[in-house]
Design a protein around this ligand. Structure first.
Ligand SMILES: [Zn+2]
Length: 200
């Protein structure tokens, strides 16, 4: 019996048999309990398991952040879709429909009381031969502006550990190991004096 020479194809088939195709994970829900946000592949690749809003926040503030995020769930979803849903992005970029789409978004933001989030239009972009060209805010930039707005309304500076604000409300002993240590020594010496007084 003559053995057939192994080909690349054989090798590929063996590999496929050995490794059952694992579904690739491109997104995961944020690990903060009840958070409505997703963690995307780029963030997962960086080893993050919480969303961009929870990232870096001190654990004790997680529930507070989650509660606020739930309040802005629609805005977060809209921002995500403006960056990921190609059907919507193409619609936004379409020459014919763009003005209508901008108007629809503007009406929406006005109706929910945040007119500032309306798409920015006629932004001077560049000058060619002395003529200024204007452009409208891209769907991507609008989404980032929405996320920034949400972040500003949800996250407070003191929620970040070691931020200046998080230190402000703490007693000096909590942030200064030397002060805490010396205070302990002081306590000990007072106690010792008392013990001596009690003895006599
Ligand atoms: Zn989250």
């Amino acid at each position: 019996m003559t053995a057939r020479k192994r080909t690349n194809l054989d090798f590929q088939e063996e590999q496929q048999q050995q490794e059952p195709a694992k579904p690739k994970i491109f997104e995961q829900p944020c690990k903060a309990h009840g958070c409505p946000c997703m963690v995307w592949c780029g963030q997962l690749a960086q080893g993050l398991n919480v969303c961009e809003f929870h990232e870096g926040i001190e654990g004790k503030y997680f529930p507070e952040v989650t509660a606020s995020l739930l309040q802005y769930k629609d805005l977060i979803e809209l921002a995500e879709n403006l960056q990921r849903d190609w059907k919507l992005i193409d619609d936004y970029n379409s020459t014919i429909k763009h003005p209508h789409v901008v108007q629809t978004l503007t009406d929406y933001f006005c109706s929910i009381g945040i007119p500032d989030l309306s798409p920015q239009t006629n932004i001077p972009s560049c000058q060619v031969d002395g003529k200024t060209y204007y452009r409208d805010e891209s769907a991507y930039d609008l989404a980032n502006r929405i996320k920034k707005w949400v972040k500003n309304h949800v996250i407070k500076a003191e929620m970040y550990p070691n931020s200046e604000e998080s230190q402000k409300n703490k007693k000096i002993e909590e942030i200064s190991p030397m002060t805490a240590y010396i205070n302990q020594l002081k306590q000990r010496s007072i106690q010792r004096q008392r013990d001596v007084e009690d003895y006599f």
